[in-house]
Design a binder for this molecule. Structure first.
Ligand SMILES: [Fe+2]
Ligand SMILES: [Fe+2]
Length: 159
């Protein structure tokens, strides 16, 4: 049977590069900031690598997190919930995995380069408009990331 996936947003080349960038950043944060063991950090590398895969199966951008989390959950990945909740500043009880994913996502450009949170926000504001839903959500996410880091007494230089 042939399925037509062309109605979905899909995974552009730059999005794949973004996912790779988030993978390396997640690993680095897990290891160097959260002091997690090597195997755990490698597992979170795969979380970063997969976190946006569901763009291949959604028509609206806003659906990719939950659809991704759903499929990863039923595939048995224990960090699936972080993918489900990524990008949501109001998600309750942020786990370390969710903080790592959001932080990695917000410090990786849409084409996979390491950038600061400030640059990432600026890019979102330029693309969607300063008062857009996307920019408002991103600023809220940034604020929550900083609160969650402070709660854990974690300091990241050049954020
Ligand atoms: Fe995403
Ligand atoms: Fe992402």
């Amino acid at each position: 049977m042939k399925e037509d996936l062309s109605q979905f947003i899909g995974l552009s080349d730059s999005r794949l590069f973004h996912m790779r960038g988030v993978a390396y950043k997640s690993y680095e944060l897990a290891r160097n900031v959260f002091k997690m063991e090597e195997d755990k950090a490698r597992s979170l590398f795969t979380m970063g690598l997969m976190h946006d895969f569901a763009y291949a199966f959604v028509e609206n951008q806003t659906e990719h997190e939950h659809e991704g989390g759903r499929i990863l959950e039923l595939s048995g990945f224990n960090w699936a919930e972080a993918v489900f909740n990524h990008g949501d500043p109001d998600a309750d009880n942020w786990t370390d995995e969710l903080l790592i994913l959001n932080l990695a996502d917000m410090t990786t450009s849409p084409d996979g380069k390491p950038i600061t949170i400030g640059q990432r926000l600026e890019d979102i504001e330029n693309r969607y408009g300063t008062d857009s839903i996307q920019a408002t959500k991103a600023r809220k996410l940034n604020k929550r990331i900083k609160e969650e880091l402070a709660k854990r007494n974690l300091i990241i230089p050049n954020l």
